[in-house]
Design a binder for this molecule. Sequence first.
Ligand code: HEC
Length: 140
Amino acid sequence: MSDSAKRGRDLFFSDRTGCVNCHSGANFTDELYHNLGVGMDAAEPDLGRFVVTGEEKDRGAFKTPTLRNVELTAPYMHDGSQQTLEEVVEWYAKGGHPNPTLSDKVKKLELTESEKADLVAYMRSLTGPFTPVRTDRLPE
Ligand code: HEC
């Protein structure tokens, strides 16, 4: 791992960014739904989890995606509105997009340009082989 990726890892797991509050565990996801404000400025926003539960708190909330192999899975977010990891980090730095059900875990971040680059380097370090699934042993 590069020094930049190591600094990015420390940032990712720090209270300064809070990334790990949602991207947690072995697969970097809490398997829960949060509103970051992605697409909420559209004329008819995709209401996400709300469509399933009808609960107000779920309006515009989407499931936290894994960050494994994330550098290979552009474009990003449920609507593919972000093209690069740099763009995603900028999104978080400005605190997402304001809307009534924005997660209280999303806040403006004070990050220097080199810290933003470190976060991207860390996410690039999460690229690795997919866990093989042995299909020859599945039941008929
Ligand atoms: C409040 C919980 C939460 C926090 C905090 C959070 N994320 Fe996320 N992250 C999500 C959710 C939910 C999505 C999907 C949002 C959507 O599609 O509308 C996402 C999407 C992403 C994506 C796009 C992945 C893809 O495949 O589309 C990346 C990259 C990412 N987050 C990195 C980070 C980084 C880096 C931080 C810290 C600066 C961070 N996240 C903080 C919940 C969170």
